[in-house]
Design a protein around this ligand. Sequence first.
Ligand SMILES: CC(C)(COP(=O)(O)OP(=O)(O)OC[C@H]1O[C@@H](n2cnc3c(N)ncnc32)[C@H](O)[C@@H]1OP(=O)(O)O)[C@@H](O)C(=O)NCCC(=O)NCCS
Length: 166
Amino acid sequence: MAHQVALRVLHDSESYCIREAALDEVEPLLKMFKKDMSKKWVDQYHNLPGKKFALVAVDKETNKVIGGIERVVDFDTGSATGVGFAVLKDFRRRGIGATLLKVMDDELRNMGVTCITTVPASKNAAEFLKENGYEYEEFIKSFLAATGKSNVALYGFDAFKMKKYL
Ligand SMILES: CC(C)(COP(=O)(O)OP(=O)(O)OC[C@H]1O[C@@H](n2cnc3c(N)ncnc32)[C@H](O)[C@@H]1OP(=O)(O)O)[C@@H](O)C(=O)NCCC(=O)NCCS
């Protein structure tokens, strides 16, 4: 019989819970990210050196994974990089995304992480991240202020990162 490892539940609500992802849940999670985000970057960030840390949101009725988030932690610098973050379409706008971000922040803080960097996949993603405490780096803010080009297609470019200090 396969050895079952208890996965920590980090958030429990009436309809879903958030827990650590099992090893065999990581590949399907990356696949979920790739539906909305650049395949190349999901792979590139997932393969960064450091500790891979992924959480899943699980629907209590069906026991299916309905969302998730992965960060790679560099303990030498106390920083983390976003690999991907998504909630299935039918489950969006119920607060699951914001809760996943918050639970991940709390876990990273407990690990000693002080800064998270991530590339927003779209304008909506950038706005969502902003509402949840992420900011563009200073040089991007200056660029946006100087050119007024807040609607240009900046999204998904590696240089246009957002940061959050924990
Ligand atoms: C970004 C994403 C993860 C957000 O997930 P989500 O579960 O819908 O997030 P939330 O429900 O916490 O918040 C989304 C919106 O719903 C609103 N909302 C939250 N709870 C709500 C509720 N009970 N009723 C109505 N609206 C609600 C929030 O205020 C937020 O509003 P906004 O659109 O003005 O920001 C999701 O849209 C997604 O998977 N997108 C595609 C992938 C992607 O872009 N990932 C981010 C890469 S950086």
